[in-house]
Write a protein that binds this ligand. Structure first.
Ligand code: 5AD
Length: 444
């Protein structure tokens, strides 16, 4: 591997699409580039290397990179630049990318990011086209170079890839097999983050609770959470995304015993009807999912719940859909991310008949979103009068408002000052909408 540094003054720009794992992967890629002497810039016009970190979860997301590349090809500024594509569409399309977009010279999936320094060295030494597409890996993307974009909340990946085979989902094909990082390495990274001034850590994995300590210590995911929570200097820990199949009562017990573990769980249900869940190959029934919810609701602290839902999956009847709406009414989520089913390459569902017409998918989506809006209006209104601790994440100059986030992951705006950013403050809720709260500061 060449250790040569980038030619002097070379710059790069990364645009990221999709999930938090992608956002964090881009932070690590940026770190690797900077360690090689590249300088980050804020726009593709200024950059010598342009990287798109892509998302392939739904067709619309996957199209974004092609429309970017199309617009870019027409621009005069495109000359003499290195253009690379990373992430899930890179993995999915592989070498075909070079035909669809001839200006691309690097195609690299997330399972090959450990090879990125080598691939960059090949580009620097004049290679026109390089790829990192091997999926058969036991490696995680380990790098000491990470350029974290948020000064308070640090993302930290503990497990990469996915071994589930949900019928709708492209992720196992684009991110490769599950690889867990050793517990001791994770704790050491947390310690470094806290020493560097971060107070909130967000633990990431496609299925974060499928994490299994590969080292002889064999900690469970709940044990890992507890050990992280005991680190000094830490104020908040969140983790995402949990799969219901691996969601154990021990996770709830860990939250109960460690106040720094936030009052928030994201537990995608996808559908409320057992037959649809079986066709989706989710590995649980409606009843089994609801048991997990009851376990969370029985915690000593109120834990806020969010979920992902797909409407219009192959064969979903009107009655099946109504079961999803009734499950939402029963659980009363604090937030729901909902999507129309979109057939994806190389998934089992591609062999099923996509029975629900587009307009019907849209109708179901709108209906579900309105039902959830009403639930959120009610649940947020119940918080008026309460005093909640927020981490102040931003400040809106025009409105003179500080933007805080509660442990339950709600946005709580209040009159504040720029210097509040990064602080933990108590704020009394004075009014509530479906998506955020408004309040006033309590104390000095
Ligand atoms: N169509 C629509 N939504 C999908 N998701 C995953 N695959 C698809 C698909 N083919 C949704 C799921 C998942 C979220 C990240 O995206 O709800 O939890």
């Amino acid at each position: 591997m060449s250790a040569a540094l980038a030619p002097e003054g070379k710059t790069f720009y990364i645009e990221t699409f999709g999930c938090q794992m992608n956002v964090h992967d881009s932070e690590k890629v940026a770190g690797v580039l900077m360690a090689r002497g590249y300088r980050p810039v804020d726009s593709h016009q200024e950059a010598d290397i342009i990287l798109y970190n892509t998302c392939s979860i739904r067709e619309k997301a996957a199209q974004k990179v092609f429309s970017r590349l199309g617009a870019f090809r027409k621009a005069r500024s495109a000359e003499n630049k290195i253009v690379g594509v990373l992430g899930c569409v890179a993995q999915q399309e592989g070498e075909r990318f070079f035909e669809r977009a001839p200006q691309v010279s690097l195609v690299c999936g997330s399972a090959s990011y450990a090879q990125l320094p080598e691939l960059l060295a090949q580009l620097e030494s004049g290679n026109r086209r390089v790829t990192g597409l091997d999926l058969d890996t036991e490696d995680c993307f380990e790098t000491e170079f990470t350029r974290r974009d948020n000064p308070f909340r640090a993302y930290l990946t503990i497990i990469e890839g996915c071994d589930q085979r949900c019928a709708f989902c492209v992720v196992p094909m684009t991110r490769g097999p599950e690889r867990s990082r050793p517990g001791a390495k994770i704790l050491a990274e947390c310690r470094r983050l806290l020493d560097g001034g971060y107070t909130e850590i967000q633990i990431l994995g496609q299925i974060v609770n499928a994490w299994q300590d590969p080292s002889p210590a064999r900690w469970s995911f709940a044990e890992l959470l507890a050990r992280i929570a005991e680190l000094r200097g830490l104020r908040r820990v969140r983790f995402t995304t949990s799969h219901p199949r691996y969601f154990t009562p021990e996770i709830v017990q860990a939250i109960d015993s460690h106040p720094v573990l936030c009052d928030q769980i994201h537990l995608p249900v996808q559908a409320g009807c057992t037959e649809v869940l079986a066709r989706m190959l989710r590995g649980y029934s409606r009843e089994e999912y609801l048991e997990k919810i009851h376990c969370i609701r029985a915690a000593r602290r109120a834990i806020s719940l969010s979920t992902d839902i797909i409407v219009g999956f192959c064969g979903e009847s009107e009655e099946d859909f109504e079961q999803t709406v009734s499950l939402m009414a029963e659980v009363e989520y604090d937030q729901v991310f909902s999507f129309k089913f979109s057939p994806r390459p190389n998934t089992a569902a591609l062999g099923f008949v996509d029975t629900v017409p587009e307009e019907e998918k849209a109708r179901r989506l709108a209906l579900l979103q309105e039902a959830q809006r009403q639930i959120q209006i009610r649940r947020n209104a119940a918080l008026v009068g309460q005093t909640l601790e927020v981490l102040v994440e931003g400040y809106q100059v025009r409105l003179g408002q500080a933007v805080g986030r509660t442990t339950s992951n709600r946005v709580l705006n209040f009159p504040g000052k720029p210097a509040d950013v990064g602080r933990y403050l108590n704020v009394k809720v004075t009014s509530a909408g479906p998506n955020s709260l408004v309040g006033e500061r309590i104390g000095d």
